[in-house]
Design a protein around this ligand. Sequence first.
Ligand SMILES: Nc1ncnc2c1ncn2[C@@H]1O[C@H](COP(=O)(O)OP(=O)(O)OP(=O)(O)O)[C@@H](O)[C@H]1O
Ligand SMILES: [Mg+2]
Length: 460
Amino acid sequence: MASVLIVDDERSMRDFLKILLEKEGHQVTTADSGTRALETLSKLAVDVIVSDIRMPGMTGIELLETVKEHTPELPVIMITAFASPDDAVLAMKNGAFDYISKPFNVDEIKSVIESATNKNLSTQKNQELSTTFPEIIGKSREMLKIFDMIRRVAPTPANVLIYGESGTGKELVAQAIHEHSKVASQNFVPITCSAIPEDLMESELFGHVKGAFTGAINDKSGLFNEADNGTAFLDEIGELTPIIQTKLLRVLQEREIKPVGGTRTKSINVRIIAATNKILEDEIRAGRFREDLFYRLAVVPLRVPSLRERKDDVPLLVDHFLKKYSRRLGKQIQEMSSYAMQVLMNYNFPGNVRELENIIERGVALENSNIILPESLSFAGGMKQSQSETPLHPANSLMQAAESEEELYDLGIERVIANLEKRLISHTLTKTNNSKMKAAEMLQISFRSLRYKVKKYGLS
Ligand SMILES: Nc1ncnc2c1ncn2[C@@H]1O[C@H](COP(=O)(O)OP(=O)(O)OP(=O)(O)O)[C@@H](O)[C@H]1O
Ligand SMILES: [Mg+2]
């Protein structure tokens, strides 16, 4: 049983949700505006908020922002109209736990509330979630959230946009969504948008008829045809040229395709999963990506976290890759020396899981004993490079904070640490092109405390 606060200016909506959730055994309080909701929150302990977005006065998004500022852990579920996917995007971007769209699907509401109130998913549920997706390794909170999203979005026909840094596992997530979808027995057809020259792209996507252009010696069916009734995976979608973007948008709107040089259109029914390591909102702002196409593709946006954000998965991944490559290379290596593990835990993995996988593969290949020693770990660009990538590398960091060991003791621990902190922040700011937001994220501190430290050390 959970205490749920429902915020909606429409009385019928409040009543409907109240009755539904009380039947489920929850304790329900209602508010008819954002302001009233905040009043209630100051007096009452609540486990989850369900709020409409469009309300007179304070909007649902403003309420969400305020709640996230004061109680970031409190899950907020937003109600969006079916016809406005951009509301859903906005809600998720502002930290909503999830959204439900009108007209309501009762089962959906129940399951969303259920997962919001089970914030700290029981270990049994964790186990269940991580065994549902055996190919995707991870038990961190961030990954469990991804598993939960996959489980919920997979059976729907909604287009999904997967974004995240290179090497985070976006393609694995796309495959998992298809495999848990209702069209799992149909084709999953991947295409890498950046790998195909522009003049061939249209024919790759929609096919062509014999004789459509020089070299078109036969009919070609194209991605959408092959993925008909199944899933098309458009990888590196951020690389699509403007012309192809426009054509793709039309296909998504009209649900029919016409092969290059052909005269007849054909209806198609394809679920699109797109992936990108770019921030498409930035591409839109720069005029490189169509906003209307973005909203068609990102009905459900899914962000795959970087490995830096889920370091607690590193040992699990190491174990997985050690087994994989020991088997493949016919070696008997079962473990890492604890110092080698420590080096990995302190590394920041700009190349994410793919980089970790490469490190382990090389380590297994190079190691002659049956345990991986730090010497067998080589980082992209060599060990030197890795140390500058790893300001917290255990052996190096102290020396970076002072010129010599003598000076180190002269300064005393407080100043050595401050020195180190200053260098680390400055290093990170350089890496992020002075984006304090990104730097704070990488250093895992709040924006506010980063801003404070930047000022304190005169770094701006
Ligand atoms: N959670 C994970 N568990 C196991 N293997 C993983 C995981 N995440 C990524 N990998 C492995 O790392 C490699 C990179 O993953 P993938 O190709 O899915 O990344 P990506 O996000 O699509 O990267 P890019 O943006 O560069 O295309 C693959 O070999 C994949 O199997
Ligand atoms: Mg990929």
